[in-house]
Design a protein around this ligand. Structure first.
Ligand SMILES: NC(=O)c1ccc[n+]([C@@H]2O[C@H](COP(=O)([O-])OP(=O)(O)OC[C@H]3O[C@@H](n4cnc5c(N)ncnc54)[C@H](OP(=O)(O)O)[C@@H]3O)[C@@H](O)[C@H]2O)c1
Length: 396
């Protein structure tokens, strides 16, 4: 005999304390919270107070901090609740491997690779926010998802938009995908002006509220470069089928062009909860309390071709896609080091692309990865080389 109550969906959020993680919990609350969902595991890193609060509020089975030094703090914050506690890399893997049909992969950086891969291998549907899984380990990761049999649901607003308008039964008729880019704070700046930009001015994104690094990546268009590489893996496109168009209002989140000349676009207010909700409810659409577009107030939508001289990151992405192999991982690792150097005032805004390209050229013969350890080794070597180049530049 059954109780008649609908079965709850079990899910895990890797990186629950971050911006995507907290937005995911907001969506889950909007869609019924504990009545509808069962949280298998939540993970964070340094924000123990928030992680413990989230675990208590959701009744999570397991809470994990990636930082082993925080294990005792998390344990004492959750004492008496019955919530299991774990820490470190093994704790993250434990969270990813715990039985849950849907996993939000929102750990930032290469730390997200191993747990996301573990969840993919066991066949969970992966809502993917982490960039490194596709940029650094695209072929390996996509193979793991296929072998596991789960769905890969993109969360980044651009890829989520494409996912929404890419009609599976019309895949053969897709000619191109068009990623929109806001153009960032330097859309209209000259090359000379961009040479003197500081981290404080570069972080002022016109439409989205984001962290420091991702805001600067948007300003330099390295963020778009990573998205181009992600799109290649996600949608199985050739590099020449991936276009970028600057669209300052960020209302159209991306588009798909078909062989009959039609272009399908997804539009909305800039709010990650729409993309997260779609990834959570796919193929259905959830009812979400997010701002609606008011077309009468929009008045206009503008488009411009991106200027690859001022935003060389786009050219580097194309190079990485055409070369294949480990060039995506190398681009990403070198860019991270260059970004740190820029934030620390040790290199210039435009120099970030120069450093990245130098590392890509130096490591052009790197063979494709067979295992995750190969990816980590290449990532480490690209970072080492980028540091040498950045330090040499700073000393010059
Ligand atoms: N935010 C967006 O709108 C957006 C859009 C598209 C894609 N993305 C991508 O989605 C990912 C998450 O973005 P976010 O904005 O949510 O980042 P975030 O706010 O920085 O949050 C990152 C999450 O990862 C955890 N974390 C940090 N270092 C870690 C480590 N070494 N090991 C394990 N966990 C660690 C953080 O824990 P603590 O907070 O507890 O330290 C937090 O839970 C990134 O790859 C980002 O590029 C973000």
């Amino acid at each position: 005999m059954t109780s008649g109550a609908p079965e709850k969906r079990r899910l895990t959020i890797l990186g629950s304390t971050g911006s995507i993680g907290t937005n995911t919990l907001d969506v889950i609350n909007q869609l019924g919270g504990r009545e509808t969902f069962e949280v298998a595991a939540l993970t964070g890193n340094g924000n123990i107070e928030l992680l413990a609060e989230q675990a208590r509020a959701t009744g999570a089975e397991l809470a994990v901090t990636a930082n082993e030094d925080q294990y005792e703090n998390l344990k004492s914050a959750l004492s008496g609740t019955g919530i299991e506690v774990a820490a470190g890399r093994s704790g993250l893997i434990e969270a990813a491997e715990r039985d849950a049909g849907w996993v939000m992969a929102a750990i930032v950086g290469t730390a997200g690779l191993a747990p996301t891969l573990a969840a993919a291998r066991r066949g969970a549907d992966i809502a993917l926010a982490n960039k490194e899984c596709l940029v650094s380990a695209g072929d390996l990761f996509v193979r793991a998802v296929r072998a596991g049999g789960g769905k890969l649901l993109p969360v980044d607003s651009e890829h989520n938009a494409i996912y929404q308008v890419l009609e599976e039964h019309q895949r053969h008729a897709v000619e191109r995908i068009i990623l929109t880019a806001s153009g960032g704070p330097f859309r209209q700046s000259t090359l000379a002006e961009m040479r003197d930009v500081t981290a404080a001015t570069a972080r002022a994104h016109p439409n989205w509220s984001m962290g420091l690094k991702i805001s600067i990546d948007s300003a330099s268009m390295f963020n778009k470069a990573l998205e181009m590489i992600e799109a290649k893996h996600l949608f199985g496109m050739r590099p020449d089928q991936i276009e970028v168009i600057v669209h300052p209002q960020s209302v159209i989140h991306s588009m798909v062009g078909y062989s009959d000349g039609s272009v399908l676009a997804q539009l909305g207010c800039p709010d990650m909860r729409t993309a997260i909700g779609y990834a959570l409810s796919h193929p259905a659409r959830p009812a979400l309390d997010v701002q609606r577009l008011d077309f009468a107030k929009l008045s206009r939508l503008d488009f411009e071709a991106p200027d690859e001289e001022r935003f060389p990151a786009l050219r580097l992405a194309r190079l990485a896609m055409e070369r294949g192999g480990m060039q995506g991982a190398i681009l990403n690792a070198a860019k991270e080091v260059a970004l740190e150097a820029f934030i620390g005032g040790r290199t210039g805004f435009l120099q970030m692309a120069v450093i990245t390209e130098a590392v890509m050229e130096a490591m052009i013969a790197t063979p494709a990865a067979s295992t995750m350890n190969d990816v980590f080794a290449v990532d480490e070597e690209a970072r080492r080389l980028a540091k040498v180049i950045a330090e040499r530049d700073a000393a010059a």
